[in-house]
Design a protein around this ligand. Structure first.
Ligand code: AP5
Ligand code: MG
Length: 223
């Protein structure tokens, strides 16, 4: 008999390490990692409506309207009805959480709590490989050769919204929007919070939590 499909969410402010921890979870447990920010960035060049609307918000570090991101994410989830998945960056508002409730029942929500002071430094040191979404940090997780992706050798770029003005706006907006979402999942008993500035330190706890729900493909050290 097929095991129940896992529906998980990772919440956390910009720069808290959602993308980093989701990549590890996805590799270790064979889940689909679905990043709302990544979908939006991919839609920018496509000439569609979502891309055109999103561009104005992303550049300024603002949240895109609920109906825009909800349409994008529900369409992506619809394509993955038969897969285990892990959402990164969605839902970010109560309206989005309610829309998600309409299509599934979440099993697990991971919330990353990182001091706000740490976040600004991290974001300015972040470089990404646009085609794959792989994330590097010049201090914590640098590429093997400076400025290029480890797997493809293609150039790394800095995200527009990692500029200092946009970062400050993103951090301000996050708190107000996220609070009711965190409260909602806490009240359902599915919220698991992890505090600390090091992904490597919280990883054993995250790994053991996920292992209690789904069999791992890789050992804790292999990620
Ligand atoms: P999105 O792409 O989701 O960005 P974000 O939430 O702002 O988060 P980030 O991707 O910046 O950070 P992260 O937590 O993934 O951290 P990462 O692992 O990269 O969204 C972008 C924009 O899209 C939003 O601003 C909004 O406009 C829009 N949007 C997206 N979803 C939306 C929604 N649902 N509703 C409305 N609008 C939406 O790590 C950060 C850096 O830190 C990296 O350099 C990493 O290497 C490094 N790092 C990670 N862990 C550590 C560590 N332990 N120690 C040191 N460095 C570390
Ligand atoms: Mg991210």
């Amino acid at each position: 008999m097929a095991s129940k499909l896992l529906r998980a969410v990772v919440l956390g402010p910009p720069g808290s390490g959602k993308g980093t921890v989701c990549e590890r979870i996805a590799r270790s447990f064979g889940l689909q990692h679905l990043s709302s920010g990544q979908f939006l960035r991919e839609s920018l060049g496509g000439g569609g409506e979502a891309g055109a609307v999103a561009q104005q918000y992303l550049q300024r570090g603002l949240l895109v309207p609920d109906h825009v991101i909800t349409r994008v994410m529900l369409a992506e989830l619809e394509k993955r009805r038969e897969q285990h998945w892990l959402l990164d960056g969605f839902p970010r508002t109560l309206g989005q959480a309610r829309a998600l409730d309409g299509i599934c029942q979440l099993d697990l929500v991971i919330s990353l709590n990182i001091p706000f002071e740490t976040l600004k430094d991290r974001l300015s040191a972040r470089w990404v490989h646009p085609a794959s979404g792989r994330v590097y940090n010049m201090d914590f997780n640098p590429p093997q050769s400076q400025g290029v992706d480890d797997l493809t050798g293609e150039p790394l770029v800095q995200r527009e919204d990692d500029r200092p003005e946009a970062v400050a706006a993103r951090l301000r907006k996050y708190k107000d929007a996220a609070k009711p979402v965190i409260e909602l999942y806490k009240s359902r008993g599915i919220l698991h919070s992890f505090s600390g500035t090091e992904t490597n330190k919280i990883w054993p706890y995250v790994y053991s939590l996920l292992s209690s729900r789904i069999p791992p493909l890789l050992s804790e050290e292999e990620h």
